[in-house]
Design a protein around this ligand. Structure first.
Ligand code: EPS
Length: 360
């Protein structure tokens, strides 16, 4: 599976090409609405006020409601650009922003809405993954779900999966939502931004997906998550906490009916173990701030930068569907690769039954 996106935040449209989809996947323009709305701006006061309909046009690869096996091209037209917001920073670099590196690399950049480095680009990842989520669910019963597992210093002090979709933060503990609303209101008033952590899991992944050395499932997941704008860290399973663990603590012992723990995050030696695949992603605080900061302009003069316009005080708030999308796309790719090499799951012999067992 190959996915690429195109388009800029303030250009006429954004889009993606999803190449390598099996034929016969039922897909209609309205299938995209749910996940795109989960990611969109302008839904609550805690995210950017830009209003985009995010209506998907299917340009190719689908005939009479089913994928044909040819590249699927999806397009979303931008409708709410306010490019004058960027006039004052067109010749300056926001500290902490890709403005600086784009300029150093290319010597030219589209400053409107951050151009290609805008969070707007993630829309098409979510759109592409609607196809992947559908295929994974229908073909293998794999289900992908994410939630916000930290914002600033605040962590969930309870977990209820049913709470995740009932609040604007994808927070898994309803009793804390008022606290988060107040936290975000104070942050927005202060003009500052904050980072966040998002956790995504995939249930129902059979053992065997991923390649043992090059193309490891965890390696591909890390690369996919790090390719999301604003991501600074990725952990699989216990991740960096494994540093302080003993082997007896970290190893996931195996009983006849399943693993007894899941410190590995469902991946051993780059290959899925049949347990829940667990990935956690760190988002940096947004760098577009109205609080003045020190920087230079394109001539190298020291200047003070102030970013006006509509910005997310925490990009992590909208990141749950984006991380889900990257997890689903990587899993679909790995499933197809596994199938190409080893045949379908269950077709090989002999194997012990998958130890899907208990979670941590
Ligand atoms: C963004 C700035 C805002 C956000 C945008 C990401 O856009 P603008 O400058 O045009 O008001 O709304 O996010 C989206 C439009 C989106 O769909 O995610 C930025 O600086 O990254």
């Amino acid at each position: 599976l190959r996915v690429t996106t195109f388009g800029e935040s303030h250009g006429p449209a954004i889009g993606c090409v999803v190449d390598g989809c099996p034929p016969g996947i039922a897909i209609a323009p309205e299938d995209f609405a749910h996940d795109l709305a989960r990611r969109a701006t302008g839904k609550t006061r805690h995210t950017s006020a830009r209003h985009e309909a995010d209506a998907v046009e299917i340009l190719s690869g689908v005939y009479e409601g089913r994928t044909t096996g040819t590249p699927v091209a999806l397009l979303i037209r931008n409708t709410d650009q306010r490019s004058k917001d960027y006039a004052n920073i067109a010749a300056q670099f926001r500290p902490g922003h890709a403005d600086y590196t784009y300029w150093q690399k290319y010597g030219i950049r589209d400053p409107r809405g951050g151009g290609r480095s805008s969070a707007r680009e993630t829309t098409m990842r979510v759109a592409a993954a609607v196809i992947a989520k559908k295929w994974l669910a229908d073909r293998y019963g794999v289900r992908v779900q994410g939630w916000m597992s930290q914002i600033g210093e605040v962590v969930p002090n309870g977990f209820d999966a049913a709470a995740i979709e009932t609040n604007p933060f994808f927070w898994p503990h309803a009793a804390q939502v008022d606290e988060l609303e107040a936290y975000m209101d104070a942050l927005r008033k202060s003009g500052d931004s904050v980072g966040a952590r998002v956790t995504v899991v995939a249930d129902g992944v059979p053992p065997g997906w991923g390649e043992p050395v090059y193309g490891k499932l965890d390696g591909e997941l890390a690369a996919a998550m790090m390719s999301i704008n604003a991501v600074k860290g990725v952990e699989i399973g216990d991740g960096f906490a494994a540093v302080a663990q003993k082997g007896t603590q970290h190893r996931d012992e195996i009983a006849r009916d399943g693993f007894l723990s899941n410190h590995a995050g469902g991946i051993l030696g780059g290959i899925s173990s049949g347990q829940q695949v667990l990935v956690s992603v760190a988002f940096k605080p947004t760098s577009s701030l109205r609080l003045p900061g020190q920087t230079v302009d394109v001539e190298g003069n020291e200047v003070e930068v102030v970013t006006t316009g509509r910005h997310d005080p925490c990009v992590g708030i909208r990141a749950t569907p984006i991380c889900e999308a990257m997890l689903a796309l990587v899993l679909m790719d790995q499933a197809l690769r596994h199938r190409a090499q080893c045949g379908d799951v269950g077709e090989m012999s002999p194997r012990i039954p998958a130890a899907t067992g208990k979670k941590r």
